[in-house]
Ligand binder design. Structure first.
Ligand code: ATP
Length: 353
């Protein structure tokens, strides 16, 4: 059962919330829609849930057209950011609600509610009311309620963003374990890179209503296709293609849009006492020691590097290149010369976007 979206477009007045979105979601995967505020991720989730009708495009679940199926008939479990539990109902009644709507037998409801509360480790809270539970517990109940009717797919809209950091981290692990245990296809909207990197099988990175790139977290991190993805997932040094950095064979910039190069800080080697062929020379600008990791910024004169003025880098400005190295590196200090060595295998050619 794959969910296929083809060329989905949705406008709100003059705003294009979704612009030609095509993605395939495989059965059993946890997929994160990731992007900054306003990029269209919630709209995309709402289109899948049937709460929003797109202007054009095609959407199929296991080959069956979903557009003609109303939201309540889609059999998807949904959890929103605010817990949205019914405040005047007990925890057990909240979890039972969807089953009563679907006219399950009383005996089956009692059994299923018990099973669900056990699953989220809150069996002893069954007779309490939502306000008597912590935020994290309420969100686990919302999850139990969404999963109780055995939905085909689970849709989570920023389910962890209202929680504090420690609870959020715990719940990340718990949701992921549960999702893998049940094997349920899950889509989660988030603006939190770390959340997406730690939980997802597939991340769909969005910007301005468009999919910028999608794929497994490590592929997006190691092989970003464009500047947006490179900078949104972790830190990336972005330098002009003419800087003198060696470019991997087969990826030489071609004509058209100016290309840029990306190098992760952890891939850069920095030496303070020698300049060999191929090293970039600069001055150490900042040294930050983060326990067993040292982050060093080196200023490099961009106007000495032969880059092209059209690329907007060369008006006498300096480039700041960040290197991150394991260890304390007592010898590195601000004001020292810094020579940067960039292994060419770690250089990515990026689209400008
Ligand atoms: P956030 O993380 O802030 O929720 P998002 O990535 O989920 O952002 P959407 O909520 O999908 O983004 O919104 C995409 C764009 O569509 C935004 O510009 C938003 O203002 C607009 N938009 C969304 N819903 C509506 C609506 N019902 N009416 C008008 N504009 C809307």
């Amino acid at each position: 059962m794959a969910l296929e979206l083809r060329q989905i477009t949705k406008r709100f007045g003059r705003i294009k919330a979704l612009d030609d979105v095509s993605i395939t979601i495989e059965n059993g995967a946890l997929v994160c829609f990731l992007g900054p505020s306003g990029c269209g991720k919630t709209t995309l989730l709402r289109v899948i849930a049937g709460l929003e009708r797109p202007d054009s495009g095609d959407m199929r679940l296991a080959g069956r057209n979903l557009f003609s199926v109303p939201a309540r008939k889609r059999n998807f479990g949904v959890v929103f950011q605010s817990y949205s539990l019914f405040p005047n109902m007990t925890i057990a009644a909240n979890v039972a609600y969807g089953l009563e709507c679907r006219q399950w037998r009383k005996k089956d409801i009692v059994q299923r509610v018990e099973e669900m509360l056990e699953m989220v480790h809150l069996k002893d809270q069954a007779e309490k009311f939502p306000h008597q539970l912590s935020g994290g517990q309420q969100q686990r109940i919302a999850l139990a309620r969404a999963l109780a009717p055995k939905p085909e797919m689970l849709l989570l809209d920023e389910p962890l963003s209202a929680l504090d950091a420690k609870v959020r981290e715990e719940l990340r692990g718990e949701i992921r374990l549960l999702q893998q245990h049940l094997g349920i296809t899950t889509i989660m909207v988030t603006h939190d890179q770390e959340e997406a990197l730690t939980m997802a099988d597939i991340i769909v990175v969005m910007q301005n209503g468009r999919v910028m790139q999608s794929g497994p977290p490590m592929i997006l991190y190691q092989q970003p296709e464009n500047r947006f993805v490179a900078e949104f997932l972790g830190r990336m040094n972005v330098v002009p293609a003419g800087l003198g950095v060696p470019v991997p064979i087969g990826t030489h910039p071609t004509g058209g849009q100016p290309r840029i190069l990306g190098i992760r800080p952890e891939d850069i080697r920095l030496v303070s006492d020698q300049k060999k062929n191929g090293h970039l020379a600069g001055v150490i600008d900042q040294v930050t020691r983060l326990g067993n990791l040292t982050r060093v910024t080196v200023r490099v004169q961009a106007n000495n590097t032969g880059c092209h003025p059209d690329e907007g880098w060369c008006n006498g400005e300096t480039l700041r290149i960040v290197a991150e190295m394991q260890g304390v590196h007592e010898d590195l200090r601000v004001g020292m010369p810094g020579f940067i060595d960039i292994p060419f295998q770690s250089v990515r050619v990026l689209e400008w976007q």
